[in-house]
Write a protein that binds this ligand. Sequence first.
Ligand SMILES: Nc1ncnc2c1ncn2[C@@H]1O[C@H](COP(=O)(O)OP(=O)(O)O)[C@@H](O)[C@H]1O
Ligand SMILES: [Mg+2]
Length: 296
Amino acid sequence: MTTRLAWDDLPTAAKQAVEDRIGQVLKTESTPGGRNSELSETLWTDQGPVFCKGISTDSPISYMHRNEIAVNPFLPAGLAPRLLWHVETVGWLLLGYEHLSGRHADLSSGSEDLPLVAEAVTRIGEVVDLPTSGVQRSMSDRWGHALTRELTSSPFTTSDPWCAANAGLLVELANRAPSYMDGSSLIHSDLNPTNIVVSDRAQVVDWAWWQIGRRGSTRHTWSSASSLRATTRNRQRAGHSSSTASHRPRPRRSPRSLLPRSACGSEGSPAPHRSRTSCSPVGAPPQSVTGVDLDG
Ligand SMILES: Nc1ncnc2c1ncn2[C@@H]1O[C@H](COP(=O)(O)OP(=O)(O)O)[C@@H](O)[C@H]1O
Ligand SMILES: [Mg+2]
């Protein structure tokens, strides 16, 4: 999670560059949720509110904000807030969005937000007109690269008996996954409740990890996330601690590194090229189906 700064912590020149766009900032309000921006504030001027998020340009994750800038013009009105401007100055990249009023989506079973979220998810899958120049965001390529990269990480030291016993199968399935992701539709890939703002409709924010893949992947990812949450709740009811049962993305850990040593090592274990799978410690869900940073 990135350390958050307030508007007043920004260099004067950065604030001035924003005020050159929107006029004098009269009031600021920090936003709930979010984790990848150093600045995340609603800025009030006499013209009304603007949502502003920002990151220092030398941050290793500033590419995420550039991803958002690239995709925003392709997002249909009503599905996502319009990017009004962005400025890059004195080491800061600042993005100004149309302000949404609403609250984070409630994805719990039976929530009245679910039909609205389902509608938004369907709309995402219908977007096929996407940036083509300068960006390579094929979901299957990125998963393939991520799997390869993760194979070189050191193995996770906690053993999970089920994963160890089924390592071969898991490796097989993980290896097949990228081939199911090929396509030309838009994928959000981080649809968690803090990235969905609900009012009379559900709008999706934070397109930092957008990708291009098979139509329906977002729907499947979202429904997997929902069932993961239901499973998590059931586990919590069954007495598992929230720290182990939480669906929150855990610190990034590789599929291979999540394999118990017995499933990753050389003796009596799958061949290295087959060690591509994701196992989680007992009590934790698999590596988050949302919130997987394929770019890092
Ligand atoms: N256009 C917007 N209008 C109002 N609030 C927004 C808007 N976009 C995002 N937010 C709020 O700010 C939070 C952080 O924004 P987000 O884009 O998710 O940033 P981060 O990269 O920090 O996750 C969101 O969880 C949401 O509550
Ligand atoms: Mg977010």
